[in-house]
Design a protein around this ligand. Structure first.
Ligand code: FES
Ligand code: FE
Length: 442
């Protein structure tokens, strides 16, 4: 049974004004809209769950969330990846309390029902007390549909949703560049970092979809002070952002910031790996990657990545690239839980793996320089949306009016690209997709 909330589709439509490129601030604060998001987005579309390298062996598992539902991502005893609802079919207890581990199955701590790693109920504590009246097969753990692309495992509760490949569509071309650029693919470094900022879950995916204009403003001081080069770095990055492409392709929106022509190619990459990229990627993908100094993107609704070369002191600390993926978990209208992982090519040297992890931790985690900048801004957006008067106002994406009708004509990849990371088209597209799910148009 499900209780529908009191928003009409026409009212939700008005919350995101496509023609004017604005949106009501209520989308960040209204708790009834938040409950609808859980139903209409998180219970209906494909959600990122984890990376295959986190569960390499049969019986390996990690516990995750799909919206507000706890789930277990597990490789069962036959090697098949499954996503099980982490809620006992007896009296709803979490059957798995650990963050990660390896097990043949899960024993519920309340009355001892036992579930195999494929979700099948294999024993109750007192089978004979049921007197043969109960079909135990109907009490297996519910399972989501599972799909995997470039090592990224997604799941959905919607059995009518298109297959994952079809859902990702043109986004796959860009996922290939980030996560499928060597034959062995990426591997996750360590455990996820988790923290819980006081802002709506959509602010992160929007920013990563991507908000070019904030970069030199919010992060300018750290760029000037420590990162990649001191004097002139901020101006260089501003110019690069201004002139680099933003892309929308299927559920993906993001930016591919290109370094200036005088900058060396493949900064921070091991030359042996570059040869693997050349063999693995298509020429147009290889070319987009070769001078990329930042790729930031979101796959709707709540999966994002950030990639780029980092050095905190060019004299002693050579540039290294880090790859971070993150999930923005909805907790309430005003609270999010961020899960953040670092990845690296399986073929990278141990030394580069270590340096990439350090670079990532210093930039994009709860204590990272960039995340601290962003968290303060997002907290302040939330406060700026909550008042009786402020909640009646809009948020504004009207740079998009200047760019949305003039995409790059000869763009070499799929989807549509715009000629600036400042275009706001892709960031706003994230909300256009939100509107489509929330009104039932998708
Ligand atoms: Fe799980 Fe009773 S709640 S065995
Ligand atoms: Fe930022």
């Amino acid at each position: 049974m499900r209780i529908e909330q009191g928003w009409q589709p026409s009212e939700i439509e008005r919350l995101v004004d496509i023609e004017n490129a604005t949106a009501s601030r209520l989308i960040f604060t209204d708790e009834t809209l938040f409950r609808l998001e859980l139903q209409r987005i998180f219970a209906r579309t494909w959600l990122y769950i984890g990376h295959e390298s986190e569960i390499p062996k049969n019986g390996d598992y990690v516990t995750r969330k799909m919206g507000n539902d706890p789930v277990i991502l597990v490789r069962d005893q036959a090697g098949r990846v499954r996503v099980l609802l982490n809620s006992c079919t007896h009296r709803a207890t979490l059957v798995c309390r650990a963050d990660a581990g390896n097990a043949r199955g899960f024993t519920c701590p309340y009355h001892g029902w036992v579930f195999a790693s494929d979700g099948a109920l294999v024993a109750t504590a007192e089978d004979e007390t049921y007197g043969g009246k109960v079909n135990f097969r109907s009490l297996d753990l519910p399972q989501a549909r599972v799909g995997s692309y470039a090592g990224l495992v997604f799941a959905t509760w919607n059995h009518d949703a298109p297959p994952l490949d079809e859902h990702l569509g043109d986004a796959r071309w860009y996922l290939d560049i980030m996560f499928g650029h060597t034959p062995k693919g990426m591997t996750v470094l360590g455990l996820p970092h988790r923290w819980s900022p006081t802002n709506n879950w959509k602010l992160g995916p929007m920013n990563f979809a991507a908000d070019g204009p904030h970069a030199v403003k919010v992060h300018g001081p750290i760029v000037d002070a420590t990162l990649v080069g001191g004097n002139g770095a901020r101006a260089m990055i501003h110019k690069a952002l201004l002139e680099s492409p933003s892309v929308t392709a299927g559920p993906y929106n993001g930016i591919w910031t290109q370094g200036p022509a005088e900058m060396p190619e493949w900064m921070g990459h091991e030359p042996e790996l570059v040869e693997l990229y050349r063999k693995t990627l298509k020429p147009a993908q290889f070319n987009l990657f070769r001078r990329c100094i930042a790729s930031v993107g979101t796959v709707f609704p709540n999966f994002s990545w950030v990639y780029g070369p980092v050095s905190f002191d060019m004299r002693t600390d050579p540039l290294v690239n880090f790859f971070a993926i993150r999930v923005w978990q909805p907790v309430s209208a005003g609270r999010t839980e961020i899960w953040n992982w670092f990845l690296i090519e399986e073929e990278a040297s141990e030394e580069v793996k270590q340096r990439a992890m350090r670079a990532g931790v210093r930039t994009f985690t709860a204590g990272g320089t960039f995340d601290q900048d962003d968290a303060e801004a997002w907290h302040s957006i939330q406060r700026g949306c909550e008042g009786e008067i402020s909640c009646t106002q809009d948020v504004n994406f009207q740079v998009a009016l200047n760019y949305r009708d003039r995409p790059i004509a000869d763009w070499a990849g799929p989807g549509v690209a715009y000629p600036s990371n400042y275009c706001e088209v892709t960031e706003f597209n994230n909300l256009v997709q939100w509107r489509a799910y929330m009104t039932g148009a998708r």
